[in-house]
Design a protein around this ligand. Structure first.
Ligand SMILES: [Zn+2]
Ligand SMILES: [Zn+2]
Length: 159
């Protein structure tokens, strides 16, 4: 693939439309985030990018993340642990964090549509909001149910 063709794909286009110069680092970071649905930390972005672009230093990756956030191509999400996680989905959506596996997933705005538009306080207008849900994901809930089932099955056998 020629360099020209590469810059014309979705990633190059996003960078260009945001007025950013296309650098291999920015390209690699944004490309990684667009492919990832897990909302990785800067550390994880660095590890992922280095698999394809082995000379990206930590500072380079952080700089690229910062630039992409400033340009509005990536959003930064903070939680209690203070570790930022990155999301290339900058459209309105909410998040669900699993307490067991720590997986952070997108939740569509449709899910909580009923909450939008209502006045929260007299005289206040809400333009946007982000809901952070915590609970147990389907995979962990399933694993727990299977463990419980095995346990009760085992105890029945011994009874
Ligand atoms: Zn889970
Ligand atoms: Zn998200």
């Amino acid at each position: 693939m020629s360099v020209m063709a590469e810059t014309e794909d979705g990633i190059g286009q996003r960078l260009r439309l945001a007025g950013l110069r296309l650098t291999p680092q920015r390209y690699a970071v944004l490309d990684f985030l667009v492919r990832s649905e897990s909302h990785p930390t800067a550390e994880q972005v660095g590890a992922g990018v280095n698999r394809r672009f082995p000379r990206a230093s930590r500072a380079t990756v952080y700089n690229a993340l910062h630039t992409l956030c400033e340009a509005g191509l990536v959003q930064e999400l903070y939680f209690e642990d203070g570790v930022a996680r990155y999301d290339a989905n900058v459209g309105p959506h909410h998040h669900f964090l699993c307490r067991f596996c720590g997986e952070l997933e997108d939740v569509s705005v449709e899910t909580v549509k009923g909450l939008a538009g209502g006045p929260v306080k007299p005289g206040y207008r809400v333009d946007e909001f982000h809901i952070m849900m915590r609970g147990v994901c389907a995979r962990c809930a399933g694993a727990k149910a299977r463990r419980n089932k095995r346990r009760s099955y085992g105890s029945q056998k011994h009874a």
